[in-house]
Every structure is written in structure tokens, then in C-alpha cells.
Write a protein that binds this ligand. Sequence first.
Ligand SMILES: NC(=O)c1ccc[n+]([C@@H]2O[C@H](COP(=O)([O-])OP(=O)(O)OC[C@H]3O[C@@H](n4cnc5c(N)ncnc54)[C@H](OP(=O)(O)O)[C@@H]3O)[C@@H](O)[C@H]2O)c1
Length: 166
Amino acid sequence: MMLLHHPGSGDVEAYKTMEEYVKDGKIRCLGLSNWYIEELTEFLPQISVMPALVQNEIHPYYQELDVVPFIQEKGIAVQCWYPLGGRGYTSELLNDETIVRIAEAHGVSSAQVILRWDLQRHIIVIPGSSNPDHIRENLDLFSFSLTDEEMEAIRILDRNEKHDWY
Ligand SMILES: NC(=O)c1ccc[n+]([C@@H]2O[C@H](COP(=O)([O-])OP(=O)(O)OC[C@H]3O[C@@H](n4cnc5c(N)ncnc54)[C@H](OP(=O)(O)O)[C@@H]3O)[C@@H](O)[C@H]2O)c1
């Protein structure tokens, strides 16, 4: 997969060049990173190879509640970067009292609760870690599930707090 980063001038031309690589079988599929409703609404009618996914910043403090369904309803996968808030921001999120309470109820970690919350929103997660124990933990997301009440408790943590612009 080849990803086209955030919208800017010349994106349609750049994407059309990438489409040729797909048509020639040189790359399998295309993706976008840091694209939102307004830009996608203008961009998508101009292209012929639908992106397989859009990768955006998403975590409990920045949930993209309008953007995620907008993308998913078009049959495009949503993938989130900074699922744990991003380096430098993880501590507040992992110690958030709502997340900790839910983690304790399931006997899992705060990171697992957040990653499971993403999966239940049908969002692909790509947590970053250089710690083997964390990597193992981050893969162990299928032995528990969050209730509707727990999903709602996390939903109301949204504070439109974006941690980075790329
Ligand atoms: N498309 C874009 O514009 C864009 C922008 C930014 C990032 N990204 C991508 O998004 C991915 C994630 O980004 P990121 O790594 O910066 O942010 P992140 O996944 O939100 O946070 C990573 C931090 O969380 C810690 N962590 C991971 N698992 C943990 C666990 N189970 N318990 C406690 N702490 C845990 C890591 O520390 P340890 O190493 O100690 O586990 C690291 O400090 C990367 O693949 C990155 O390339 C894409």
C-alpha cells in the first residue's frame, strides 16, 4: 500500500500518478493519511481507484465522531494513528479514571481497553511500542469485549484534543 499524506495542492495529480501504479500491478492499493470530510468530499469524485483506507489521529480525547462513519460508510477502512494519545501524551490517557475503571472491571490494561474500543468502532489500530510486553499485550484484545455502557463512557471523554498535525 502507498499512502498519500494530508491534503494539499497537487494531491489529485499525485494520486492519479499512484493510481497508474495500481493499474500496472506495481502496488496493490492506495491509502490516505490525515484527510477529513471537507477534503474527501471534494477529492473522492475526482479519482478512479478508491482508497483502501484513511489513516487519521484517533484516541479517546480525539475521537473523530463525524469523520469515522463518513469514511466507513463509503466502504473505506479507517486506521488510527496515536491510538494511545501519542508519545508524550500517553500518561494522562492511560491513567484516565474512566479508562482505568473499565480496565479493572475486565482485568486488562488501560491500553487494551483503548485498543479494544477502537476495534469495536471497526477501526484498525497501529499502536507503537518498543517494549515486548506491551506489544504482546496490545495483540491480546480478543478475550474480552466492552459493553455498550463502557463504549458510551469512553465516547463522552472526547474533547476534540488533537495532539499533532502532519
Ligand atoms: N500518518 C501519520 O501522520 C502518523 C502520525 C503519527 C504517527 N503515526 C503512526 O502511528 C503509530 C503509533 O504512533 P505512536 O507510537 O507515536 O503513538 P501511540 O501508539 O499512541 O503511543 C506509543 C506510546 O505508547 C506506549 N505504549 C504502547 N503500548 C503500551 C502499553 N500496552 N502500555 C503502556 N504504554 C504503551 C509506547 O511506549 P513503549 O515503547 O514503552 O511501549 C509509546 O510511548 C506509528 O506506527 C506511527 O508511525 C502516523
